[in-house]
Design a protein around this ligand. Sequence first.
Ligand SMILES: [Zn+2]
Length: 505
Amino acid sequence: MTLSTAPSPPPALEEEPLPHDGDDYHGIVSLDDEGFPSQFPESGTASEKSSFAADFYRSGTDWSSLLLSLEDSKQSDLAQDSGKKMKQANLFQIWGFKRNDAIGSVESGPSKSGCCDDGGGSSERKIVKPENRCSIFPDTGKEFENAKSSRKRKGSCGENRVTRSCPFYKKMPGTMFTVDAFRYGCVEGCSAYFLTHFHCDHYGGLSKKWSHGPIYCSPLTGRLVQMCLSVNPLYIHPLEFNEEHVIDGVKVTLLEANHCPGAALIHFNLPNGQRYLHTGDFRACKLMQAYHLLVNQRVNVLYLDTTYCNPKYRFPSKEEVLNYVVKITKNHLKIHPRTLVVVGAYSIGKECVYLAISKALGVKIYANASRRRILQAFGWPDLSDKLCTNGNNTLLHVLPMSSLRVETLKDYLKTYKEQFTAILAFRPTGWTFSEKISNDLELIKPVSKGNITIYGVPYSEHSSFSELQDFVQVLRPDKIIPTVNVGNAANREKMQSYFRDWLKG
Ligand SMILES: [Zn+2]
């Protein structure tokens, strides 16, 4: 029997610190009922027709009418703390769905009556406990949090619970669907909850207690939801990629998103002819321009991952970065043959970085047991065959991104001091972008201290600015709804001006 001599397990896997919604606010921001920061003027009436969401949809990609005037800004500052009425009671109702109908129309999955039955027309809703979040991976709170939009209500179980309102852009108009909206508890009128991929800022809110309705996702994402979050499998409805599935009368197709394993773009084709594409998180690439669903028929509304929707975000292709990482590794090992190579990674994503090193050097990959379990769930023989359970048996280790600090790595090296005298580490993230580096990887300067060398490499699983532009120009959608970095009006206006430019002519 071989006993593992691995060091004490590295810190828990963590999630990708995306520059997500509300990034500029560091997660501390008061949001209105639509999920936008509460700097917007109150309409003065509770009319749903004049809600920000309704205006937003009406205005297509031209949001100029939504900008604050100076006077509005002053008023909204005053209004901010004075308590706000809910402008958007329920977008599903605006779109003509009655709550009772919506509940009755659930096609599949366990009954929701136990969780959502709040007495028909009652304004009370079923809500989620604050602790009802991802159980294994910490929720980094990347999506903007909102203390003020949280409401205490009494659930049907008689417990006081807290929830947030589901932002409008997570609800697919004309359907009873939401996308990546699990942290809001039971979303009124929602018959199907779609999950684009297994990153916690998207699945946050899912747990073994989930009982609000069927979850639709890719088969791999479904496996992870069940395995890592212990969600009741009766709620999980895996949808094969590239196949049309009819759900509540809507044709739904998942397409490969080029993000993390299992990540999907979701294409909705409504009975009224409207077509939406929700990108979840994605890295646009040329291959997507050949997806016949996207190029042969117009997408009316594009829900776009705008993580790097700023021209300063230019980074090289994944392939260029992988070649660079392999080259640096080989060169380093020539000079320091007793080097331990470490790649930082989130719970899922960035696998190709250590796979590339593994293939180029013909070495196994060491990851701790919890990561190995996840990687094996991918069902990729290429990867599973390369995993090893003993850190002494290979020079290539995968560690949580948070471990990639000089002091932490120094400690880590001590555990393997018999074999290794130095560490070369890679931190693959779009965040390492620097304007000076841009596309020239050779300009990257590692952090080096003693026998620890750490390279930040711009290996991004989100689209660069120019990739977003190409994608939008191929699709030419009628409307674009950004889903990331929408937390302030200036950002939104800036993005809208890019969209206008791209769709000119
Ligand atoms: Zn993601």
